[in-house]
Design a protein around this ligand. Sequence first.
Ligand code: EAX
Length: 324
Amino acid sequence: MHLSRRLLMAGLAGGVLAAPAAAQTNVTLTHALAANSHYGVAAIAFKETVERLTNGRYRVTIQRNDNEREAIEATQIGTQEFTITSTGPVGNFVPDTLVLDIPFLFRDYDHARGVLDSAIGQELLAKFTPRGLIGVAWMENGFRNVTNSRREVNSPADVQGLKIRTMENPVHMRAFQTLGALPTPMAFSELVPALQQGTVDGQENPIPVIVANNLNQVQRYLSLTRHVYSPAVLIGNPGFWNRLNAADKAAFQEAAKAAVQANRDKVSADERDGVALLRSRGMTVRETVDTAAFQSALAPAFEQYRRQFDAALIQRITDWKPGS
Ligand code: EAX
């Protein structure tokens, strides 16, 4: 065989003439918590799925940013492509989502997950687009519980006068004001220093967040008030998202599904094991509170929410049941 033909055959065999390596695109995703938290495991599932389904053409870098409002702003302007955040600050960007933050709106996790996975959830995700964000998928933070270092909380009377850190969320702030507490809104990044310095007496967060951030080190009492369900959401940058071709967009959507599953599985595990763990870390835990008293004490706030939000949507959420 002629030499050049032999070289050509060898080159082809050795891949020397293979197509140039596909370009790689770096994608940044942030969230507020530790890598082993319910957000952290979701971020890892998202990263692994994107990189697997795109054969590494997209490389996801996970970074921690515990100022969720800043992370949403960065996603909106495109200095990062995705963020996982609680709905806490989201209402300042997408006001329609505030309806999800109404206390005692969701009966339990099945109800919340069912509503967010239904047409109602899709309708609310669509509200992100005109606000310069992509609502990719609903995730989960969990049912929120009150902690403080002053006293056990069983009823609304026990909350009166407590300086309670809330998220920067007007629905939550109105609820704690109505209960006679002193709601003090701040970003999650400021919470632990505020508790350490006594700027606030308490805060409220789901078990997964209390566990992941060792809030037992700065809070003595935990009361399972479960006063509000806290959704989380995977938000994307519109410029990045709209440039994806159909196949790559499907890969990112598949990755979002994997993230939601990992997130919910971790919340369920933390709800199962977290109370015993927090007790073992020294917290005094009150597992049952006078929920009916909290609900009736919040009646004036509910009245205002019904006037402020789409009452029909609130009813649709309340009436939702499996198969509906
Ligand atoms: O999203 O700010 C909060 O209390 C949130 O629950 C926390 O950042 C996890």
